[in-house]
Every structure is written in C-alpha cells, then in structure tokens.
Design a protein around this ligand. Structure first.
Ligand code: HEC
Length: 171
C-alpha cells in the first residue's frame, strides 16, 4: 500500500513539474471534431483565440497568423504550442534572453533558429546572427499566449488540433 501511494505521489510530482505534460495529452492527437474546433476558435470567450490570431485574414493580426499552420507544425507541435506556449517560440514572435561568453546579455526577438546559429532582431536595421558557441545560457521569455491546459478541456484541445491541422489557404 504505502509503496504504491509513494509511486503515485512521485508520478503526480512529475506531472505537476510539467515534465510529462505532452504525454498526459496523448489522446488529443487523434480524431477530434474540426467543426467544434472552428467554433471554439471563433466564438469561445474564455480561450479568445481570435483576439490574438487570424485565420485567412479574419481575427487579430498582432500574433502569428494560423493560416497554413499545418505546413509548419505537426499535431504534436500544435499540442505543445497550446499547452506549453513558451517551450517553442513562433519565429518573430518570441523573445529570447541570451547570455554570451563575453558576458554580454541580450534580450531580443528570435527570428530564426538554426542548428548552429540563432538570428535575432535588434535595434539595428539588420538582424544579427549569433553562433551557438558564443551562447552560454539561453532562456525563452514566457510567451504572452496563455497555457491552454488551464483553460480548455482535453476534448476542446483535441477538437482544436483537428481544426488547426486542416487549415489551408493563402495568407
Ligand atoms: C493573448 C494572446 C493570445 C491568445 C488569446 C492566444 N494566443 Fe496563440 N499565440 C500567441 C503568441 C504571442 C504566440 C507566439 C509565441 C509563441 O509561440 O508562443 C502564439 C502562438 C500560437 C501557436 C503557434 C504558432 C506558431 O507559428 O508556432 C498556435 C498554434 C496558437 N498560438 C494557437 C492558439 C489557439 C488555438 C488559441 C485559442 C485557444 C490561442 N492561440 C490564443 C498569443 C495568443
């Protein structure tokens, strides 16, 4: 008994630390009702997706447009974007805090991420490339997108992934 509950507690601990957060949402990656996702996207006053995002030119335009999002993100990545928005920053919309080996700290908008170089937007006209060997510490600044796990049910997340993964269009 005792050991069993201990196991359970440590399992819950990991969950709360968020280490397995994507695992706990596995069932949202399959199936889903894209119409229900469409309705949630456009009408739900708690999730408020359209306040920040546009699809095919409608809705907010300050944040990444989600038209064509299935070309960029897989279902797993869509799930992560919803429940762990700060884990991966959408290019051009997230700030990284970089500590460089010459004890320089910069906080700039991450424009592109490559294996050996990050491109950031600075106050200069040209974006700056920083070789990863110069970076001693990297921190993604929290995304301004709220983590949706606290707001949406699993069923709503599943429907949303179904909707986002069939979006196509020009924008
Ligand atoms: C308060 C504004 C805000 C709201 C509300 C919001 N988002 Fe976001 N979203 C953002 C920002 C900012 C980013 C870019 C930074 C990042 O990647 O987290 C983003 C990124 C995303 C991405 C990843 C896009 C990419 O190109 O990587 C997806 C998918 C997404 N949001 C879906 C949604 C959905 C679905 C909803 C509603 C349930 C929603 N968002 C509500 C601000 C918002």
């Amino acid at each position: 008994m005792a050991t069993k509950s201990k196991k359970l507690i440590s399992k819950l601990d990991t969950l709360y630390k968020g280490e397995n957060i994507l695992d706990t949402y596995k069932e949202t990656l399959f199936g889903g009702d894209s119409r229900a996702g469409y309705n949630y996207f456009n009408n739900n006053s708690t999730g408020q997706c359209v306040r920040c995002h546009s699809v095919k030119g409608q809705g907010g335009t300050v944040r990444p447009s989600l038209t064509n999002i299935p070309n960029d993100l897989s279902r797993e990545e869509l799930l992560q974007a919803l429940v762990e928005p700060s884990a991966r920053l959408s290019p051009g919309f997230g700030t990284v805090l970089l500590t460089l080996s010459d004890v320089h700290v910069i906080a700039d908008v991450l424009m592109e991420e490559h294996k050996d170089e990050l491109i950031v937007k600075t106050s200069q006209a040209e974006p700056m490339g920083i070789h990863v060997s110069r970076i001693t510490k990297r921190e993604n600044m929290p995304s301004s997108m709220p983590p949706m796990g606290a707001i949406m049910s699993k069923r709503e997340i599943r429907d949303m992934i179904a909707f986002l993964s069939i979006l196509k269009g020009s924008n």
